[in-house]
Design a protein around this ligand. Structure first.
Ligand code: SR1
Ligand code: MG
Length: 396
């Protein structure tokens, strides 16, 4: 559905969001609507509109023309709202149960009207609070395999793949990742943000020529390998979950990039939890890391065998080569995520919310060491067990 109302961009308020919701969503004629702005991300507003009579809810997400985390001094394209709506729709073709339904979108207002998911919790919040999401790794492994396979050259006609790569060209949002994930944390720059106790650890990273070379190679992959339509920002804050459901949201960073990036970002964000947990709780997180990879590899292999249009699909060793590269890349990208969320601009609550200073600094130091180890040792990682060994070594 395309809206006809807007003529120019205007930031919504709670009352204009209600008016808009009435125009694009079929509420009961007797509906009594109220609205709350519930966005807690770095970039957008999220309005939740509710009919108090029936309890029906709908979400209107609106992109701001700047990055909320910094303010109006950091202008940002509104086109990301259209990218987000269209990635949700495209990925929804392959995993309808794992993404929210998009009811409408409008490019001028930079809004997406979609399914309300407030019966679920953001996975990061839940994990921090010790909640158990038994389906998380199964669902995300499947989400990764289905979305990445079906938008890659293995599953798509090359004309359609290249058409999608153009449609999902997302230079401004990619530039954020290029800077915040792959560049700034590895140099002494003002955008970095870390506690004074981490000064020497940060300086060690900036001096580490071996590490810098490997990060440069990973950045090159991100810049140049247009393999599949990625979510582009698949951290645990981009996932709603419960014990029975998982929904992936927020693909505004979507673009054609290396498959290992989505895999690595998710694993990296689970690794924050593995660092801050002990005992059985840690074991649960480690099992999620293992299972995400196993489900992804199995499901991707199954799709390869049954649906691949690649002429070399039956060539001995080719699928194994592709999967090995995804795992190696994923380890490296996870390593970059660990480092950037610790000393870069945008942090994670998993670490920052730890009140005890000594513990927090210890966990942050472990994140930096784990990140470095994953980046430097990624070529030796031949299985998910090898990756888990690296985590264990640093955690000792
Ligand atoms: C300016 S945006 C900072 C971070 O928030 C988003 O979720 C992305 O992860 C980005 O790097
Ligand atoms: Mg986001």
């Amino acid at each position: 559905m395309t809206l006809t109302i807007p003529t120019t961009y205007k930031g919504l308020t709670e009352s204009t969001a209600i008016a808009l919701a009435k125009a694009v969503y079929t509420f009961e004629p007797t509906a009594e609507l109220s609205c709350r702005e519930i966005g807690d991300g770095n970039l957008n507003y999220v309005f939740q509109i509710e009919d108090s009579k029936t309890g029906t809810r709908v979400i209107i997400k609106q992109a701001l023309p700047y990055a909320k985390i910094i303010g109006e001094s950091w202008p940002l394209t509104l086109k990301r709202a259209t990218i987000e709506a269209n990635v949700l729709r495209k990925h929804g073709e392959f995993v309808p149960s794992l993404v929210p339904v998009v009811y409408a979108a409008d490019e001028t207002l930079a809004i997406t009207v979609m399914e309300d998911l407030s019966h679920l919790v953001i996975a990061r919040e839940g994990l921090i609070n010790g909640q158990n999401f038994p389906r998380l790794s199964q669902d995300i492994g499947e989400y990764l395999a289905q979305t990445l396979f079906h938008t890659s050259d293995y599953g798509l006609h090359p004309f359609e793949k290249k058409r999608l790569a153009v449609e999902f060209s997302n230079p401004e949002l990619c530039k954020i990742t290029e800077d915040l994930v792959f560049t700034d944390p590895f140099f002494d720059l003002e955008t970095n943000n870390y506690e004074p106790q981490l000064q020497s650890a940060a300086e060690a990273i900036w001096r580490d020529q071996k590490l810098q070379l490997e990060v440069a190679k990973l950045k090159k992959s991100f810049l140049t390998e247009s393999e599949a339509l990625l979510h582009g920002d698949l951290h645990t804050g981009s996932i709603f979950a419960s014990t029975t459901e998982t929904k992936v949201i927020d693909p505004e960073f979507g673009f054609y990039g290396p498959i290992g990036f989505d895999v690595g970002l998710f694993l990296g964000n689970l690794i924050f939890q593995s660092i801050t947990r002990e005992g059985i709780e840690r074991q649960v997180v480690v099992s999620h890391i293992e299972k995400t990879w196993e489900v992804f590899a199995l499901s991707f292999s199954e799709l390869w065998k049954t649906e691949s249009i690649e002429s070399f699909r039956d060539t001995q060793g080719y699928l194994e080569f592709v999967l090995d590269k995804v795992l190696t890349d994923a380890a490296g990208f996870a390593g970059c995520e660990l480092i950037r969320r610790t000393i870069g601009l945008a942090h994670v609550k998993d670490l920052d919310s730890i009140v005890d200073t000594e513990k927090r600094i210890n966990f942050k130091t472990q994140s930096l060491h784990t990140g470095r180890a994953l980046i430097l040792q990624r070529q030796q990682i031949g299985s998910i067990t090898d990756l888990l060994e690296i985590l264990k070594e640093v955690h000792k």
